[in-house]
Design a protein around this ligand. Structure first.
Ligand SMILES: [Ca+2]
Length: 501
C-alpha cells in the first residue's frame, strides 16, 4: 500500500486549484477530454432510504442490475457512513459539507439557511464555477429546498402517492375522517398515512420516480452541451412501498427471509433503539409491539420491489448518458441518504446509531477509472470535497470532510481511522441527549451524552465477532481499558481520524 504523504494530504485541500502541481497525482483519472480542458459533468443521484442491500453489496436476492453495472464501472464504497440517520440532517450535512454539530440541523424542519446562512452548498459551488446546476425531485429534504443552489427552479414530480383505486379511496377516507375530527392537517405530523405498501399494475411513469426519470432524460437532452451538475433524486424505497406490480413480481414471497436478529442488542440501553413510529403511522400497522411475520415479509418484499423500481429508473438515466455520448465525460454518483432497519433488532425505518441505520450505499463511477471495491472508512461529508476535486472546482474552507478521490486511484491506501455519526434522543430522567457514534475498522462505539447532566452511557460492538451488533460489551470489566481508549478517540473527533502521512 502506498502511504499518503503529507504533501499528498495537503494536495487534497488544494487540489481544487485546477492545474496546480498537486493535482497531478490524480492525472491517471483524467480522460483525454479533461486533459483538453473540458469540464466533467456530474450526475448526482440521491436515493431516499436506500440501504446497501444490493447485488453489488453482496445481497444477491435483490434485483439491482443497473446499480450493479454502475458499480462494475466504478468504486463501490463498502463502508460509507452517513452523519445522522434521518433524511434532512443527513442530506444537509452532505450538501453543505459540514457535520450536524456545525449545521445544527438535527430535525426535519430546520433549514440550514437559518443556522448557517452563508454556507456555500455543493451545487452552489459548482454553479459559481461555470456549471449549469439543476435539481429534480428529492435532493434536499422535502419542503426545505435551497433555491440558490440551482441555475433553474427546482422541479418536483406531480404524481399521487398511491395508484390503485383502493389505495386512493383509503387515503381520501382517512383525510375526510381527520378533517371531521378537527385535526390541523397543515401540520405534516397530523396527516393520515395510507397503506404501507401497494403493487399497482401501472407503467413506471404513473408513479413519481418514473416521471422523474422521464424529466431527467428530457433535461439531459437540453443541457448536454454545457458542463452540468444534474441532481436527480428518487423517492423509493422510502415508505410507503408503492412500486409497479412488475417489480413485486421479481420476488417470490415464499422466499423472503426475515431478519435473524429480531431482538434488541443484549445489554444495550433501551433508549438507543427506535420505536419506529414512522412505520406505525401507516394504516394497519401496530401502534405498539412487533409486526406479525406476515407483515414483516410483506414489508421486506415491498422494500425490495421499490429498490428494483428505482434501480430501473437509474438504468434509464445511464442508458441515456450512453446514447448521448456523455458517459465518458460524466461522473455518476449514487448514494442512499442513510440505512434502514428491515426488522433488524426488531426495528424498522432508520433513526438510530446502529450500523443498520448509518451504513449507507455509496457508488461513484469516474470516467477512465479502474473499477474497485473499497473497504476504507468514508463519510458522506466527504462527498462534497471529492466531487470538487474530481471536477477541478475549488474547495470552500468550511468543509469538514476529506476528498476520497485518492481512494478511487488507489482503493487500498491507508485512510481514515474512524467514521462519525450522531443521533439526538431524550433519555428518561436525563432529558435531551446526543448519541455520538464512531465506527473504527473493528468496533462501533457510541457514547450517549446528556446535554444538561453528567450522564454518560456507552455501547461497544466488536464487528470482528459480532457484525450484527447483537451484544453490547461496553459494560464488561475486561473492556474498561478499551472503552476508555475509544472514548478518548471519540472525544478527539474527526480531525484526529484523518488520513495520516
Ligand atoms: Ca431518507
Amino acid at each position: 500500500m502506498k502511504p499518503l504523504s503529507r504533501r499528498d494530504f495537503l494536495g487534497l485541500g488544494l487540489a481544487g486549484v485546477a492545474g496546480s502541481a498537486l493535482y497531478r497525482p490524480l492525472a491517471s483519472l483524467l480522460g483525454a477530454e479533461e486533459r483538453a480542458g473540458r469540464k466533467r459533468n456530474v450526475l448526482f443521484i440521491p436515493v431516499d432510504d436506500l440501504r446497501p442491500s444490493l447485488g453489488c453489496y453482496g445481497t444477491s436476492v435483490v434485483h439491482s442490475p443497473n446499480l450493479d453495472r454502475l458499480a462494475a464501472s466504478g468504486t463501490v464504497f463498502t463502508r460509507a457512513y452517513c452523519q445522522q440517520a434521518v433524511c434532512s440532517p443527513s442530506r444537509t450535512s452532505l450538501m453543505t459539507g459540514c457535520r450536524p454539530d456545525t449545521t445544527k440541523v438535527y430535525d426535519l424542519h430546520t433549514h440550514f439557511r437559518q443556522t448557517i446562512p452563508d454556507v456555500v452548498a455543493l451545487p452552489e459551488q459548482f454553479k459559481a464555477h461555470g456549471y449549469h446546476t439543476q435539481g429534480l425531485s428529492k435532493v434536499y429534504h422535502g419542503g426545505l429546498d435551497d433555491a440558490q443552489s440551482w441555475s433553474v427552479p427546482h422541479w418536483r414530480p406531480k404524481r399521487p402517492g398511491y395508484a390503485s383505486q383502493a389505495g386512493r379511496d383509503l387515503i381520501k377516507r382517512l383525510y375526510k375522517e381527520a378533517r371531521e375530527a378537527g385535526k390541523d392537517l397543515k401540520n405534516w405530523r397530523n396527516r393520515p398515512r395510507g397503506m404501507p405498501w401497494e403493487a399497482p399494475d401501472v407503467a413506471d411513469n404513473e408513479l413519481a420516480d418514473g416521471a422523474t426519470a422521464d424529466q431527467a432524460i428530457a433535461d439531459l437532452n437540453k443541457i448536454k452541451d454545457r458542463p452540468f451538475f444534474l441532481a436527480v433524486g428518487f423517492l423509493k424505497p422510502h415508505l410507503p412501498f408503492v412500486a409497479p406490480k412488475k417489480y413485486w413480481d421479481l420476488y417470490d414471497p415464499d422466499k423472503i427471509e426475515l431478519a435473524d436478529n429480531p431482538f434488541a442488542p443484549q445489554d444495550a440501553p433501551h433508549y438507543a433503539l427506535s420505536n419506529w413510529g414512522e412505520l406505525r403511522q401507516y394504516y394497519g400497522m401496530p401502534k405498539k409491539g412487533p409486526v406479525t411475520d406476515e407483515q414483516a415479509r410483506k414489508l421486506i418484499h415491498g422494500y425490495y420491489a421499490c429498490t428494483s423500481y428505482t434501480d430501473a429508473q437509474i438504468g434509464r438515466l445511464l442508458d441515456e448518458l450512453e446514447r448521448l455520448g456523455l458517459r465518458d465525460n460524466t461522473i455518476v454518483i449514487v448514494w442512499g441518504d442513510h440505512g434502514w432497519q428491515l426488522g433488524d433488532h426488531g426495528m424498522w425505518c432508520k433513526h438510530t446509531n446502529y450500523e443498520t441505520s448509518v451504513w449507507s450505499p455509496l457508488i461513484i463511477s469516474v470516467p477512465g477509472q479502474k473499477p474497485a471495491k473499497c473497504d476504507a472508512l468514508v463519510e458522506f461529508v466527504d462527498i462534497y470535497p471529492s466531487l470538487c476535486e474530481l471536477c477541478g472546482v475549488p474547495l470552500p474552507e468550511t468543509l469538514e470532510g476529506t476528498s476520497f478521490a485518492p481512494l478511487i486511484a488507489d482503493p487500498n491506501r491507508p485512510w481514515k481511522r474512524a467514521a462519525f455519526s450522531q443521533y439526538p434522543r431524550s433519555i428518561p430522567g436525563q432529558g435531551r441527549a446526543m448519541g455520538y457514534s464512531m465506527r473504527t475498522d473493528r468496533y462501533r462505539f457510541t457514547e450517549w451524552r446528556a446535554l444538561k447532566t453528567d450522564f454518560r452511557e456507552y455501547e461497544l460492538y466488536d464487528h470482528q465477532v459480532d457484525p450484527k451488533e447483537n451484544v453490547n460489551i461496553a459494560q464488561r470489566p475486561e473492556n474498561a481499558e478499551l472503552v476508555a481508549k475509544l472514548a478518548q478517540q471519540l472525544h478527539e473527533g474527526w480531525k484526529a481520524a484523518l488520513p495520516q502521512s
